[in-house]
Design a protein around this ligand. Structure first.
Ligand code: 7PJ
Length: 277
C-alpha cells in the first residue's frame, strides 16, 4: 500500500489509476449556451466515472500548442460550476487543471482533491494559494509557454534537465511549507519537446520515480503518438495505450487520458500480472 490523501478521499498509488480528462473550454462543447455546456460536462464525467476513473481532471484553459491565454474570470466561470456539480453528485476525486491562484482557492473550497498545474506553480500567487489548500499538487514540466513551446525546443539532456527543473520546483514548494509527500511529478509530454525528447522521457520514466515521487503521465492522443504512427488525433487510442503501458511498467501510476475504459482494463491486467506471486 502507498496511500496518498486527495482531499476527502485517498488513493493507493502502489496501484495504477486513471485520471479522466474533462475539458470545459468553449471549443470542447461547441453547441449551445452555459447550461448545455455544464450538462455535457456532467454527462462526460458520469461516463468516465462509470468506466472506472479514479480522478476527473477539470480544465478551463486550453494549453494546446499555440493556445492563447484566458482571463481568470473566464476560467472561474468555466470550471467552478463543473467542479461543484460533480462533487455534489459523485463520490470521486476532482482535480483542477489550472495555474491560477483564484481558481486554486475556489476549486479547493468546492471540494477539489488535487491541483494539476502545467506551470508547476510558477504563476504569480499560485504557490501561496496551493500551500494554503493542503491538497496534493501535480508539478508538470513545460519549456516556454503554450504559444511558443514547440518552436525548436533544445535540451542538454532532456531527462536530466526536466528532472532538475522538477526538483527545483519541489524545493520551492518545500520552502513554502508544502511537504514532499504532497507532490506528484509529471515530465510534461508534448510541452516544449520534440518527438525524440518525448520518447527519451518515456523511456526514462523510472528516473522520475527514483527521485522519490509518484509519477503522472499525460500523453493521451498527443502529437507524439500521431508522429510515430502517422495517424490523426481520433485514431491514436491504441498508440496511447502502448505508451501508457510502457510508462506503467517503468513506474508511472496516474494516467491522464480521454479514453477511460480501455485504460482501466489494460492497467488492471498489467497490475494483476505484476502482483502475481
Ligand atoms: C497535460 C496536462 C499533461 C498534466 C494537459 C492535452 C494538453 N496536465 N494538461 N500532464 N496535458 N499533468 O491534454 O493534450 O501531460 S492539456
Amino acid at each position: 500500500m502507498s496511500l496518498m490523501p486527495f482531499g476527502d478521499k485517498s488513493l493507493d498509488l502502489s496501484l495504477p489509476h486513471v485520471m479522466g480528462i474533462l475539458n470545459v473550454t468553449p471549443d470542447s462543447f461547441s453547441d449551445g449556451g452555459a447550461f448545455s455546456a455544464l450538462d455535457a460536462a456532467f454527462q462526460q464525467a458520469d461516463k468516465m466515472i462509470r468506466e472506472g476513473a479514479s480522478i476527473i481532471d477539470v480544465g478551463g484553459e486550453s494549453t494546446r500548442p499555440g493556445a492563447v491565454p484566458v482571463s481568470t474570470q473566464q476560467e472561474l466561470d468555466r470550471v467552478l460550476p463543473v467542479i461543484e456539480s460533480i462533487k455534489k453528485r459523485f463520490d470521486i476525486i476532482v482535480s483542477v487543471d489550472t495555474s491560477t491562484a483564484d481558481v486554486i482557492r475556489n476549486a479547493s473550497a468546492l471540494g477539489a482533491g488535487l491541483i494539476n498545474d502545467v506551470r508547476a506553480l510558477e504563476r504569480e500567487g499560485s504557490l501561496q494559494a496551493a500551500a494554503q489548500t493542503n491538497l496534493p499538487i501535480c508539478l508538470m514540466h513545460m519549456k516556454g509557454t503554450p504559444k511558443t513551446m514547440q518552436n525548436s525546443p533544445e535540451y542538454t539532456s532532456v531527462t536530466d534537465d526536466v528532472a532538475d527543473y522538477l526538483v527545483s520546483r519541489v524545493d520551492v514548494c518545500e520552502a513554502e511549507g508544502i511537504g514532499r509527500h504532497r507532490l506528484i511529478l509529471d515530465p510534461g509530454i508534448g510541452f516544449g519537446k520534440t518527438l525524440t525528447h518525448n520518447l527519451s522521457l518515456l523511456k526514462n520514466t523510472k528516473h522520475f520515480r527514483k527521485l522519490g515521487f509518484h509519477v503522472l503521465m499525460g500523453l493521451s492522443r498527443k502529437t507524439m503518438i500521431g508522429d510515430v504512427l502517422s495517424l490523426p488525433v481520433e485514431e491514436r487510442l491504441y498508440g496511447t495505450m502502448g505508451a501508457n503501458a510502457s510508462a506503467y511498467s517503468k513506474g508511472a501510476r496516474i494516467f491522464r487520458v480521454h479514453d477511460v475504459r480501455p485504460h482501466v482494463e489494460m492497467l488492471a491486467l498489467m497490475s494483476r500480472i505484476e502482483r502475481e506471486v
